[in-house]
Design a protein. Structure first.
Length: 176
C-alpha cells in the first residue's frame, strides 16, 4: 500500500467521487479486517466492524486532514469501533450459535477450521497476533505490515518469526 496512492483516494473521496470508495475498500479491507479481528477474535464481529468502518469513513471523510497518513486514520477508526464492539458484547452471554460452535470443535459456520486462529489469539502477544494474521490471513508482506503498524520491517520480521515459533511449539506440545 502506497501512502501517496491512498492520499489521492482520500482527496477524491472528499470531492464525492464514488469510484474512489471502491478503490479505497479494495486497497484497505484486509488491513481493516485484521485490525478488527485482532481485537475481537471473532470473524463475524470483525466483518460487522469492517462494514461499520467504511460507513464511518464515508460519513467523516471531510474530517480527515490530508497528508496525515490516511491508512492510520482508517485503522484508528476500525480499532475504536472494534474496541467499542468488544466492550458492548463483553457482558453478553454466549449465544446458542457460539455454544454450538465451541461444541463443534471450533468449526466456523462456513465449515472452516478456526481453532488455530483462536489459539493464536490466546498465546500470542497482541502485536505478534496482528502481524501473523496480517501476513497469513491478509496476505500482506512484512514491508506493508511495517507501514501499517508504523514499525521497522526488522521488528515486524522478528515478531512474525517469534509468533510462528510460539505457535509451532504449542502445536508440538499438543501433539505429544
Amino acid at each position: 500500500m502506497k501512502h501517496e496512492h491512498l492520499e489521492r483516494i482520500a482527496e477524491r473521496l472528499k470531492t464525492g467521487e464514488e469510484k474512489a470508495f471502491d478503490e479505497l475498500y479494495d486497497a484497505t479491507y484486509k488491513a481493516v479486517f485484521v485490525k478488527a479481528y485482532s481485537v475481537l477474535k471473532d470473524k463475524m464481529k470483525a466483518e460487522d466492524v469492517l462494514q461499520e468502518t467504511y460507513l464511518t469513513i464515508y460519513g467523516k471523510i471531510g474530517t480527515y486532514l490530508s497528508g496525515t497518513n490516511f491508512l492510520a486514520w482508517i485503522l484508528t477508526i476500525a480499532g475504536r469501533l472494534a474496541i467499542n464492539e468488544y466492550h458492548r458484547t463483553a457482558r453478553e452471554t454466549p449465544s446458542e450459535e457460539e455454544y454450538i460452535n465451541v461444541k463443534m470443535g471450533g468449526k466456523g459456520f462456513d465449515g472452516t477450521e478456526n481453532w488455530l486462529v483462536d489459539v493464536a489469539g490466546k498465546i500470542l502477544e497482541q502485536d505478534e497476533f496482528e502481524i501473523v494474521m496480517a501476513a497469513v490471513m491478509g496476505g500482506y508482506r512484512r514491508r506493508e505490515i511495517a507501514e501499517v503498524l508504523e514499525m521497522p520491517v526488522s521488528t515486524v520480521s522478528w515478531k512474525y518469526k517469534k509468533g510462528l515459533e510460539k505457535l509451532k511449539k504449542y502445536l508440538e506440545e499438543k501433539a505429544e
